[in-house]
Design a protein around this ligand. Structure first.
Ligand code: SF4
Length: 176
């Protein structure tokens, strides 16, 4: 039997405050039925590549940038309601540890989550931690490659199947 505890509970303090622009953006995205895109936001180069790639994908028509902070800790916010009610949610983790996927799949219906492990696509920088040890132009190029790969999978999967990651993940590097 595994010695790893299968689930952990994290406590957080609630707030009755709200983010004004987050409320506007969340409501607008609900009306426009946008698909939220989030990343693990990790501090290292892998997290940075995932973050930049999520930014790129969120600029594509029909997509918008989600915020895991509000999703998790401000569940009554418009951003959280948008992410909960969206038809699907795109999640780009920086690496195989899937720090975000392992949390978010306990908050959002796993069938709606389309998960990607960015590192499985570009396979570089495994001996680097700090994001600025990779030049900015190179970071942008690699992130663009990741976001192109994500979009290709999203477009192919939506053409052939309702469950994008289930359809393409096992073959091309989605998590799930
Ligand atoms: S998934 Fe990888 S890059 Fe992202 S926070 Fe976790 S360890 Fe960092």
């Amino acid at each position: 039997m595994s010695s790893v505890v299968q689930k952990k509970t994290v406590a957080f303090n609630t707030t009755n405050r709200s983010c004004p622009i987050g409320e506007i953006t969340g409501k607008k995205n609900i009306i426009e039925s946008k698909i939220p895109v989030i990343s693990c936001e990790g501090a290292c180069i892998r997290g940075e590549i995932a973050r930049l790639a999520a930014n790129n994908v969120s600029k594509e028509p029909g997509y918008g940038r989600g915020c895991h902070g509000e999703l998790i800790t401000v569940p009554e916010s418009a951003i959280a309601k948008w992410m909960q009610s969206a038809e699907k949610v795109v999640l780009i983790d920086g690496c195989f540890l899937r720090c975000h996927g392992r949390i978010i799949e306990n908050i959002i219906d796993k069938d709606k989550l389309i998960q990607f492990d960015a590192l499985s696509h570009y396979k570089r920088y495994t001996d680097i931690f700090d994001y600025d040890d990779v030049p900015e132009e190179e970071r942008k190029e690699v992130a663009q490659s990741v976001s192109d790969w994500v979009m290709e999978n999203l477009n192919n999967a939506s053409a052939g199947s309702e469950s994008a990651c289930a359809a393409s993940g096992a073959k091309v590097g989605c998590c799930g």
